[in-house]
Design a protein around this ligand. Structure first.
Ligand SMILES: [Zn+2]
Ligand SMILES: [Zn+2]
Length: 119
């Protein structure tokens, strides 16, 4: 038996799900036994869904903050007639938006990347 992805490699291992022959180089050891890279990727799909949900939450948070910031910006624009000062405050609000979004996403994204051997 030869590995499906490395035809030059002789192996007696096979994926427990699709039974494709795999060599130790491309075999992925999972809790339920050896898997080929494809099946290991299938198994990781829920992780991707979680990250997609996190992304959507981040977009939602970002849009909410942006709307709030726009309202604050409108109030400032009316209250502060000096253009330069308004721009400085706007820059501060923009920084706050970026901080809020990265706080909402970064911590979990970072732990996902370090805990994932396929990255
Ligand atoms: Zn497989
Ligand atoms: Zn292989």
């Amino acid at each position: 038996m030869r590995c499906a992805t490395h035809p030059e490699v002789e192996t007696n291992l096979s994926c427990g799900r699709c039974e494709r022959p795999v060599c130790p180089k491309c075999m992925v050891q999972t809790l339920v036994g050896p898997r080929c890279p494809d099946c290991a990727n299938l198994k990781r799909l829920p992780t991707y869904e979680v990250s997609l949900r996190q992304y959507l939450i981040a977009v939602g948070v970002g849009m909410g903050v942006a709307v709030a910031a726009g309202f604050v910006w409108y109030l400032i624009w009316r209250a502060v007639p000096f253009l330069l000062l308004s721009l400085l405050i706007a820059a501060g609000i923009g920084y706050a938006i970026v901080e809020a979004i990265s706080l909402a996403t970064n911590r979990q994204a970072r732990s996902r990347i370090t805990g994932n051997r396929w990255h």
